[in-house]
Design a protein around this ligand. Structure first.
Ligand code: CA
Length: 234
């Protein structure tokens, strides 16, 4: 099933580029490699990749500019940012400019594959979204959008309206990080308060009701300085 998918890797560090390339080809993906912006730009247009892995620090230009160009040319091709640690503002900016997710260096093969699978799944999902959106299954949680219920192993857990909306939004994009700003605007609208206090309170309540262990969350991970991610793979 993976064999049809072509992934464009734009990364100037040879070691990382080779590592990503080996990991993807070992898992049955086809790859196209670029070591700078110029080659990345032309391969994006000529190779029509199904997904792009984009390093932001490139020798001949800012990866962020490339991201903006790619988004103008294609609104749907998933783009994963390959980013250094301690660059939270950069990650948030990239997500706001339409990146689908990011992966932080150094990363292992299983984390890379999980991010790639998630991004490709959301692409498939958005192509036939109408039917799939009514019931969301994440691990042992069933989120029923129409009935407004959440059950775990058949047992209902009660949430307030806003808690339910937060949980359903995270579930809809399970595996993908959602920024504070994205969640706030989705739930509380375009004029939502600029601080995230109301969101943090709702998330704390959701976690308490799910009986999450903060040290080892099973369902919802806090991405410090960025947002929240619903966990799917572990
Ligand atoms: Ca780099």
């Amino acid at each position: 099933m993976n064999t049809e998918k072509n992934i464009l890797i734009i990364e100037d560090e040879k070691g990382i580029r080779n590592f990503i390339n080996n990991a993807l080809t070992a898992n049955g993906y086809r790859t196209t490699l670029a070591e700078n912006s110029k080659t990345g730009r032309s391969l994006f247009l000529s190779a029509c990749p199904d997904l792009v892995l984009l390093d932001l620090g490139l020798p001949d230009g800012d990866g962020m500019d490339l991201l903006k160009e790619f988004r103008e040319w294609s609104g749907t091709t998933p783009i994963l940012i390959v980013s250094a640690r301690d660059k939270e503002a950069e990650k948030v900016a990239a997500l706001d400019f339409g990146a689908d997710d990011y992966i932080t260096k150094p990363f292992g093969m299983s984390e890379l594959m999980a991010r790639v699978r998630t991004a490709l799944r959301h692409l498939d999902h958005s192509e036939n979204s109408a039917a799939a959106d009514t019931i969301i299954q994440v691990k042992d949680l069933t989120i029923d959008i129409a009935k407004h219920t959440v059950t775990r192993s058949g047992e209902e857990i009660h949430f307030t309206q806003n808690e339910f909306k937060c949980l359903a939004l995270l579930g809809k994009y399970a595996g993908k990080v959602l920024t504070y700003d994205f969640i706030m605007k989705n739930i509380w609208g375009p004029y939502s308060p600029s601080d995230n206090q109301i969101l943090r309170v709702n998330m704390a309540n959701i976690r308490r009701k799910l009986k999450e262990n903060p040290a080892d969350p099973k369902y919802i991970l806090t991405e410090l300085g960025i947002g929240y991610r619903m966990l799917v793979d572990n």
